[in-house]
Design a protein around this ligand. Structure first.
Ligand code: ZN
Length: 107
């Protein structure tokens, strides 16, 4: 799987490094090289992506009456709840509606 980084963060790192004292007396070639690297980075193909957020389904049981109950799962990030007739059906929801990648409490 490819990993993505934020272009503006890479450029900021390059700018910070180029301002460090050990690079201050390296001459025009160094700064020309930094400019070339920044230019090449700007031409890389880009995708729109957001960092993955991770949440947990928190389990509870709602007892309707003596013989009827349902399983209720609450997202640890947004608080949204989903109800399922049995405990295993939560495995069909690997993502919450808020976009978080979910794990199941206790698993
Ligand atoms: Zn959520």
């Amino acid at each position: 799987m490819d990993l993505y980084i934020k272009l503006s963060d890479v450029k900021e790192i390059i700018r910070k490094l180029s301002s460090e004292p050990c690079y201050q007396h390296t001459g025009e070639d160094f700064y020309s090289g930094i400019g070339a690297v920044e230019s090449e980075l700007s031409m890389l193909p880009a995708v729109e992506a957001e960092p993955t957020r991770y949440g947990t389904w928190i389990h509870s049981i709602n007892q309707i009456d003596e013989t009827h109950s349902y399983h209720r799962w609450t997202c640890s990030l947004c608080g949204r709840t989903v109800a399922r007739p049995n405990e295993t059906l939560i495995d069909t929801l690997p993502y919450c509606y808020c976009g978080a990648k979910m794990s199941v409490e206790g698993k």
